[in-house]
Write a protein that binds this ligand. Sequence first.
Ligand SMILES: [Zn+2]
Length: 269
Amino acid sequence: MKNSLDRLKLNQLSSFCEENPTNILALTKCKNFLLEFIDTYNQNLPKVKTRGKKRRCVICSTLFYDLGRNSEICMRHIITPEDKSLLSLISKIDDYIERNTSDKIFVNDEWNVNDNLRSLFRYHPDIDNCWKFKACNQEIINNIFTKVDELICNDIIICTIPSHDPQKLNTGINLLTNLLAEKGRVDGSRILIRTKKIDKKGTGGVRDKSVDLDSIVANNLTMFQNKVVLLLDDVATSGNSMKACTEILLKNGAKRVSKLAIWKAGSHT
Ligand SMILES: [Zn+2]
């Protein structure tokens, strides 16, 4: 079979795609090659069951029966349309393409490749500014606004992680979100709501994800159905609150959730 694909080539293609996650043209070419392979493979399936000829694998030189498929590679190296690595590469390519063609959150394409937690500053050398921000210092909020505004696209929804206290709505992060929304973005700072007061987490402290899952609900579901959402927080330490809120948003219909913390504390990434 001419259009055959072996494991070595599949691995090469996979590495190539991982190294070029924003190259739509190359990704599309790669996907088409894989789909063509599946097509050809299915068309060339032997009509009758046969043990086939005994052959020597061109990759590893092992003797094998080619089962009538005229394959030059053994079962260890052959790829079938049901192959897990093949299927996961195709869906990875689809994901890369989708992230590049629409639904961008960040201006920098590299930041859209996956939804890892992104951050602007390290908490430790910048503690003063962080606390001023939390205390709603307008000058700091304006400075941060300028930085974030340059990083994110204009037509997105911004959600914030609610304060530990349900009564506290005018937080630095919500004021920042109000400003960002003035540039045409959707202010989703009331989408995630704290239903009961929980213990305040000291910075550097880690809170279990279940505490947030049990005390936060999503509101205004139609606002973000099948849409990409930017989840914004002031300080992220373990990222557990981000994870909990991402889970809640996805469960309630968000298409994708990107995470941005202004400050990153601790060593976790
Ligand atoms: Zn082989």
